[in-house]
Design a protein around this ligand. Structure first.
Ligand SMILES: Cc1cc2nc3c(=O)[nH]c(=O)nc-3n(C[C@H](O)[C@H](O)[C@H](O)COP(=O)(O)OP(=O)(O)OC[C@H]3O[C@@H](n4cnc5c(N)ncnc54)[C@H](O)[C@@H]3O)c2cc1C
Length: 418
């Protein structure tokens, strides 16, 4: 082997950078290998280029916002949590601010502030940074980790941490190498699927582009299984596109849609445009706005819903040209049913390469949750999106990456000195 370290970290995303920093803070000699010429390429893209560093919700809420095995992270968050992430950056002079839904950003509104802070810390701690040097394989014998191999040669270490991310946006360097490394030493990888992804709908109003470009605020989108049971619901903003729906509510539902699509051809979504009001309240409000009026419903109900959606719903019930008094109770109820319980039909989401987060990953049953170490190969650790953990966008995946990185880095260093 050409060179020896205590800890080798594979991948320079948020998980890898935090792993390397923490291992070095614990006194380990650390090398970090990144296949790109710079650190944190994907992290730079988050939060619209402003870097959604973490989320300020209580730990219990973090877990519920990580629908892909969030409970596995109890032990991780008991060692390092979102408050620790914020303290980490504050102590290094980064001013942070909170925005909607608890999302935390640097006050600078620049991802580079976060990535540069991590890079400075890596350099201060004398972590050896190897850019443009992808790891080709991990080396293990007698079921013990020995090191890694690159085109330049072999490097040995007592601990190796895989932080190669998922397989989405492969141009960022996250190309699924870690799954290959895990499998090469006997680990299993659960099926990979797109999450935090826009959803395609087959409904004719999409083909007709009737609602394309329309955005709705604080609506409730639910995923319903074939027994008509609600699998998940999210009250957030939604956008109609030329292929279906996007926006936070759609992204959050997407992993559940993909899981159901393994068994079914289509998945039903329900949209409630008035989650705070009951059907009876809506009928009363419609009556207050339009009963006794000589105006057609499409004119009497302006501002009740965005204009295009109002017209669309009225046309579905064939009452757009009628006045309130010309409309039957059944027709009004059918109109309200569209407002509260509109059925949409999904048949796919974007593929993995264009989704924000990978669902599935390294099988968690084979990972010790306290240390994030392999139960199969002593000295091997995993952190970040390569694990079978996925959260909603809004800082939950980045929090997972930083916090699992901290835990893996700490225990990888302890292992190197054991
Ligand atoms: C557009 C976009 C927006 C997002 N927005 C949010 C958001 O708002 N909130 C949120 O929580 N999450 C968001 N995410 C998800 C979040 O960015 C990821 O979950 C997070 O970056 C995962 O961190 P990681 O360190 O595990 O992996 P990554 O950030 O993917 O880093 C892995 C690194 O490993 C390197 N690598 C891979 N293989 C090798 C190899 N063989 N040798 C050397 N290096 C290797 C890669 O080049 C890469 O730099 C977003 C993702 C995208 C694509």
């Amino acid at each position: 082997m050409s060179k020896t370290f205590d800890v080798i970290v594979i991948g320079g995303g948020p998980a890898g950078m935090m792993t390397a920093i923490t291992a070095a803070m614990n006194g380990a000699q650390v090398a970090l290998f990144e296949k790109n010429k710079r650190l944190g390429k994907k992290l730079l893209m988050t939060g619209g280029g402003r870097c959604n560093v973490t989320n300020n919700r209580p730990v219990e809420d973090l877990i519920t916002h990580i629908p892909g095995n969030g409970r596995f992270l109890y032990s991780t968050f008991s060692q390092f949590d979102n408050q620790d992430v914020m303290n980490f950056f504050s102590e290094r002079g980064v001013a942070l601010k909170e925005e909607d839904h608890g999302r935390i950003f640097p006050v600078s509104d620049k991802s580079a502030t976060i990535v540069n802070t991590l890079k400075d810390e890596l350099e201060n701690l004398q972590v050896e940074l190897h850019f443009k040097e992808p790891i080709e394989k991990i080396i293990a014998d007698d079921s013990v980790i020995r090191g890694v191999r690159t085109a330049e040669g072999d490097y040995s270490a007592k601990s190796v941490v895989v932080t190669t991310g998922g397989i989405t946006y492969p141009s960022t360097g996250s190309q699924g190498d870690g799954y290959r490394f895990a499998k090469s030493v006997g680990h299993h990888v659960t099926p990979l699927y797109p999450t935090e992804s826009p959803i395609f709908l087959t409904d004719s109003f999409i083909t007709n582009k009737t609602l394309q470009g329309l955005s709705l605020q604080d609506v409730k989108l639910s995923v319903v299984d074939d027994r008509n049971k609600t699998v998940t619901s999210h009250e957030m903003d939604l956008l109609f596109t030329h292929f279906g729906i996007s926006g936070p509510a759609a992204l959050r539902c997407s992993s559940f849609v993909n899981q159901l699509l393994r068994e079914q051809e289509n998945v039903t979504l329900k949209l409630d445009c008035f989650p705070e009001k009951s059907a009876i309240q809506l009928l009363e409000e419609i009556s207050e706005r339009s009963s006794g009026s000589t105006k057609q419903l499409k004119n009497a109900l302006t501002s009740f819903l965005p204009e295009r959606l109002l017209l669309f719903f009225l046309e579905q019930v064939d009452i757009s040209e009628q006045t309130y008094n010309q409309t039957s109770k059944e027709q009004l109820e059918a109109f309200v049913s569209y407002c509260k319980n509109w059925s949409l039909t999904a048949n796919k989401t974007f593929g993995l390469e264009k989704s924000f987060v990978t669902g599935g990953g390294v099988e968690l049953k084979e990972i010790n949750p306290k240390e994030l170490s392999s139960k199969k190969i002593p000295g091997l650790y995993f952190a970040g999106e390569v694990l079978d953990v996925n959260g909603y966008t809004g800082g939950y995946n980045i929090t997972t990456a930083f916090c699992t990185g901290y835990v893996a880095g700490t225990h990888a260093a302890y292992n190197a000195f054991a």
